[in-house]
Design a protein around this ligand. Structure first.
Ligand code: BG6
Ligand code: MG
Length: 214
């Protein structure tokens, strides 16, 4: 039986995916590294360090420089988070979380971000989650299974009792590898491997997701 919903944050509950792009773009522009929206698709859902590796496309930099660049990117990103309010929730997000809880479903967050708590605070939805798995919870982030398994364990559920909601290919790969059902949010080219595809949480119902069990 499906008993737990595990949500990615960036690109599923709020559109911080755009802020991540703008922050990396600013760093890349400063350093004269070509970086397009298309390139950014490869960064979706993966950790800060892996994002930098992909942005560099084989360019080599010293470890100390990598640390400085990641800090700079994070400072740019955090400057976007300052003004976040519940108005930054994606359509249907709060309603879907509330409907899941009302149906007795346990709710967890599985975000690779180390800024997840700050984002949840801005959106004022921390209380809707039973457990928060973020970029501090595990070392191997998506596409590894670790974060999803960590959150399922925190919810006291087996992996087969959980459904993951993801906008990133890396997240969908991890969820499927963990043996979980998966709802993909976004275009089929990106999330096509998921069990159910939609444009956003406003498009689906808790009942439709629970029917994935059959
Ligand atoms: C994920 C985002 O949620 O978190 C990625 O989709 C991001 O784009 C990753 O790189 C790490 O985030 P942060 O906030 O710790 O740099
Ligand atoms: Mg995401």
């Amino acid at each position: 039986m499906l008993k737990g919903f595990i949500f990615d944050l960036d690109g599923v509950i709020t559109d911080t995916a755009e802020y991540h792009y703008l922050a990396w773009k600013r760093l890349a522009d400063n350093q004269g590294i070509p970086f397009s929206r298309e390139d950014n698709e490869q960064l979706r859902g993966v950790s800060r360090r892996e994002s930098l590796r992909r942005l560099l496309k084989g360019r080599e930099i010293e470890e100390a420089t990598a640390q400085v660049w990641m800090e700079q990117k994070n400072a740019y990103y955090q400057s976007f988070l300052v003004g976040m309010t519940p108005n930054d929730l994606l359509p249907g997000a709060r309603e879907f979380l509330e409907a899941a809880r009302a149906a007795g479903i346990k709710v967890g967050l599985a975000s690779a971000s180390r800024n997840a708590q700050t984002v949840l605070d801005g959106l004022q939805i921390s209380a809707l989650f039973d457990i928060l798995g973020d970029g501090y919870a595990v070392i191997n982030t998506k596409p590894a299974v670790d974060l999803f398994v960590w959150v399922a364990g925190g919810l006291k559920l087996t992996v087969t009792e959980c459904v993951v909601f993801e906008d990133a290919e890396a997240g969908i790969d991890g969820a499927l590898l963990a043996g979980m059902k998966c709802v993909g949010i976004g275009p089929a080219e990106r999330v096509g491997k998921a069990h159910l595809i939609c444009a956003g949480l406003h498009e689906i119902t808790v009942e439709r997701v629970l029917a994935l069990e059959i």
